[in-house]
Design a protein around this ligand. Structure first.
Ligand code: HEC
Length: 193
């Protein structure tokens, strides 16, 4: 009887140790994801701001169209993880449409911000099992900032030239009408385990 209780405690101890190890690994993967998002967002912002200052929003559309996916692809190659941007109202449906898991997380991000969380702090991580394997998945909200409004803001903040260019490049554009502090979308990371 006594030994059963002892071995039970030993088993529980082992389970707790495994959980702690798992927690540490999970936290490490969250930290690594945060760094990768910071690198991606920082580089896109830097290139976008440079082009906005240099030649204005119409020409900067090309930074968002070409440079941003290139930066994401370079980081994906370097890390071996899938790194991209998604939105519930994508401008480019081919690139920016969220999968089922991402849709749920993005809807939750909107709810969290409505409830008062600061959009710049909103993130989510989970280990998921999918038909093709297990993945660590992470998303970080991209808040609408003043810098975004010339291309994603309400109609009155978009110039006629920007509207024309967007209509030509993105006939299915849904990514306008945003106000500062809303969630424009998220960087999403999918890392095979
Ligand atoms: C100069 C115009 C411009 C500015 C400024 C701009 N964007 Fe965009 N954004 C675009 C274009 C164009 C796309 C579509 C890119 C593509 O073809 O994949 C886009 C796509 C995105 C996407 C990918 C999902 C989607 O809708 O297709 C996110 C997320 C995004 N922008 C967030 C932001 C945020 C946040 C800011 C401000 C920090 C910002 N953008 C500023 C033009 C702009």
């Amino acid at each position: 009887m006594g030994s059963v209780i002892v071995s039970l405690f030993v088993a529980m101890g082992a389970a707790a140790a495994i959980a702690a190890e798992h927690d540490a690994l999970f936290r490490k993967m969250v930290d690594q994801s945060r760094k990768v998002v910071a690198e991606f967002v920082g580089e896109v912002r830097r290139q976008l701001q440079k082009e906005l200052d240099l030649s204005g929003p119409v020409r900067s559309i090309m930074v968002c169209k070409y440079s941003s996916p290139e930066i994401a692809a370079a980081i994906s190659r370097k890390t071996g993880w899938r790194v991209s941007r998604v939105s519930l109202k994508p401008r480019n449906p081919a690139m920016g449409t969220p999968d089922a898991w991402e849709q749920v997380v993005l809807a939750e991000f909107d709810r969290r911000v409505q409830k008062g969380e600061k959009p710049e702090n909103v993130e989510y991580a989970e280990i998921v099992t999918e038909p093709l394997g297990r993945y660590f998945r992470y998303m970080k909200a991209l808040p609408v900032q003043p810098q975004c409004l010339s291309c994603h803001g309400p109609a009155e903040s978009l110039s006629e030239a920007v509207k024309l260019r967007l209509a030509a490049e993105y006939p299915h554009d849904k990514a306008v009408g945003y106000r500062p502090g809303q969630v424009r979308g998220a960087v999403t990371i999918k890392r095979p385990l």
